[in-house]
Design a protein around this ligand. Structure first.
Ligand SMILES: O=C(O)CCC(=O)C(=O)O
Ligand SMILES: [Fe+2]
Length: 291
């Protein structure tokens, strides 16, 4: 079913309401009306000059350490969330995305069980996000959709939302929600603060898949080498403690079933590999490529 995302102005949203109605039940929300940035100083040129450390280049974004200064002021709601005892925050929890008009980020969900608070700075982005209960087919062991370029969402198969973020909007995107993101204006810049709950959530299909994959990665470390670019020992920014918490009630049998389910995706992957690779390359090449 297609549904509307809830939108609430920051003036009408208390931290307590955000936590009880969205963060803990893991429900997406657009918070509107944030005025923490001065667009005269936080320009694309400023971002290009200060946030292109090649050591922090990732698949389709740049990581950055947390800053809270005159130019990038972290909204107080974000600060309170990053300081919570039940959330784990990685070393460089800020992600920057800046793409030209027409760019489409291929459908995927974020690894490391990340929640994101994703603020639109410049331009506009169209988001199509899909519930972790009705996910797209997954690339074996990974977090991107096993779908071709002509994939369409279906009201009968997917619970999804389709909306646009404008400058000053901040999307709370809970873990395991698939997202496909279209860049709509000439320059489209958004900034995502990411964090991982230090408890699993097995109430959805993808939440169950994740704990099974964490168990597999813990039991058969070779899987990490083959499939995952990031260091498993740093899972969710914390490593062992989180890994144990996530996979503690996954039996060996359940883990092996997951292994087999993932292997079953290979024939389809072979069929779609070229298209998916092309889209993944676009995600990498278009980032910060705004001229
Ligand atoms: O903004 C985009 O195009 C992609 C954003 C994204 O994937 C994320 O914030 O996790
Ligand atoms: Fe993402």
């Amino acid at each position: 079913m297609k549904s509307e995302i809830t939108k609430i102005s920051i003036d009408d949203l208390t931290y307590e309401k955000f936590v009880s109605d969205f963060l803990i039940p893991e429900i997406p929300l657009v918070i509107q009306g944030l005025a923490n940035f001065d667009l005269r100083t936080l320009t694309p040129e400023f971002i290009l000059k200060n946030y292109t450390d090649e050591n922090k280049r990732e698949a389709g974004w740049f990581d950055a350490d947390l800053v809270d200064n005159e130019v990038i002021k972290i909204p107080s709601i974000v600060k309170s969330i990053l300081n919570r005892d039940d959330m784990s925050v990685r070393q460089s929890p800020m992600r920057l995305f800046m793409q030209p008009a027409g760019h489409v980020t291929l459908p995927h969900y974020d690894g490391n069980s990340l929640h994101g608070l994703n603020q639109q700075i410049t331009g506009k982005k169209r988001w199509i996000i899909t519930s972790p209960n009705t996910p797209l087919p997954n690339i074996p062991f990974m977090f991107a959709g096993l779908v071709g370029e002509n994939f369409t969402y279906s009201e009968s198969e997917h619970d999804y939302m389709d909306f646009t973020t404008h400058s000053g909007d901040m999307l709370f995107l809970p873990r395991y929600w698939y997202h496909e993101v279209h860049s709509l204006e000439k320059i489209n810049l958004n900034m995502n603060w990411v964090f991982t709950p230090n408890y699993p959530n097995q109430s959805s299909k993808l939440g169950r898949r994740e704990v099974e994959i964490v168990k597999l990665r813990d039991t058969l470390p070779i899987i990490n080498k083959i499939f995952f670019p990031d260091k498993f020992t740093n899972y969710g920014g914390q490593g062992t403690e989180l890994i144990n918490a996530y996979c503690k009630d996954v039996s060996k049998l359940r883990m092996m079933k997951r292994f087999l389910i993932e292997l079953l995706g290979y024939p389809r992957l072979l069929l779609l590999a070229k298209q998916i690779k092309k889209r993944a390359n676009e995600f990498s090449n278009n980032n910060f490529n705004i001229n």
